[in-house]
Design a protein around this ligand. Structure first.
Ligand code: FES
Length: 347
């Protein structure tokens, strides 16, 4: 039986085939209903069902309380329709994927800091109060203007987690090389913010987000801490069960600037359609097996002679992004399938 899932208030309709969950059906039709665990444990995919019958399957009470069930709410990652029509309350009147409204004053505790390279440190933040809902690829802003630390933007480096933990990867910009506001904020984070400190941030911001309905192979190009939003997007796509090839090319100056190699190897082992291609732009021409050499725009064609059927995601400094986009277009990538996140001087 095919069920027609109607979206309220837009009136749009999506076909849901026998055995599919509502979430799967929505995603196949290009609707980005928020989700996280996809297993009835986090509550992220909760919507109100206005009419129709569905089998909720086994979900945790903490994700969907008895009260919420009584009010007609359901978890769409596990819900399978039982009636020819199901009307759910989700989306805007024009039924386009909707970004979460950013919240200004959110607080978190710095619970860990991990040196990823000599210049890039990962900051792990646990929220106080309600967790921030965001799309993989988005960013937050933080700083302490009252102490002369300007507010700057930092991409979220992981997919949303049930406990709301977020990770930021920040490049330390030396005072003498770039005494910019961005440099000041990076040094404050690296040198002055201690474990256990309470930080105020706002977010989520940005529209560098994946398209769950994408049906092409995906190529991600990143340099430096531009890897952060790419990690978030890739983690979310792989976890979601995206089956087409995903390749991540990462550009570093030398081998000391490569990071998250363990995670890359795990993804390669766990997801055979995922491939990691690191490339070094300086330093000795050796390194780990499979290491490439040269800037991505210069060597892209050797790896991908034809990008006309790919979705391309690029993140890094604006110069890196511009050069990669030009190279991708020259190899046939369609402009509508190129997504970019350019970082300014803050790297
Ligand atoms: Fe976690 Fe549905 S995605 S409960």
């Amino acid at each position: 039986m095919t069920t027609h899932i109607k979206l309220y208030p837009s009136g749009q309709s999506v076909a849901c085939e026998e055995g599919q969950t509502v979430l799967e059906a929505l995603e196949r039709s290009g609707y980005a209903l928020p989700n996280n665990c996809r297993a009835g444990a986090c509550g992220e995919c909760k919507v109100r069902v206005r009419s129709g019958e569905f089998d909720q399957g086994f979900v945790l009470d903490m994700a969907l309380s008895q009260d919420e069930r009584a009010q007609g709410y359901g978890l769409m990652c596990m819900a399978k329709p039982l009636s020819p029509e199901l009307e759910i309350e989700w989306g805007t009147a024009d039924a386009k994927p909707k970004l979460f409204p950013p919240r200004e004053a959110q607080y978190a505790i710095l619970v860990d800091r991990i040196a990823r390279t000599p210049r890039i440190t990962e900051f792990v933040l646990r929220p106080l109060g309600e967790s921030m809902r965001f799309w993989p690829g988005q960013y937050v802003q933080l700083g302490e203007p009252g102490k002369g630390v300007p507010v700057r933007s930092y991409s979220l480096a992981s997919a949303p987690r049930p406990d709301g933990e977020i990770r930021l990867q920040v490049t330390r910009v030396d005072a003498d090389s770039a005494d910019t506001p961005a440099g000041r904020t990076s040094r404050w984070l690296h040198d002055e913010v201690a474990l256990g400190a309470q930080l105020r941030f706002s977010g989520p911001h940005g529209t560098f987000i994946g398209d769950p309905s994408v049906d092409t192979p995906v190529l991600c190009l990143a340099a430096g801490s531009g890897l952060a939003p790419i990690l978030s997007l890739t983690e979310a796509a792989l976890r979601r069960g995206f089956k087409l090839p995903v390749t991540l090319m990462f550009s570093a100056r030398e081998s000391a600037d490569l990071y998250d190699i363990g995670l890359m190897r795990y993804w390669e082992a766990r997801y055979p359609h995922f491939r990691y291609l690191p490339t070094l732009t300086r330093g000795p021409q050796e390194g780990m097996a499979g290491m490439l050499h040269g800037r991505i725009p210069a060597i892209l064609g050797q790896q991908f002679p034809d990008l006309s059927g790919h979705s391309v995601f690029v993140a890094g400094t604006t110069g890196f992004v511009d050069d990669c986009v030009a190279a991708a277009k020259a190899l046939g990538a369609q402009p509508t399938l190129i997504h970019t996140e350019g970082f300014f001087a803050q790297a």
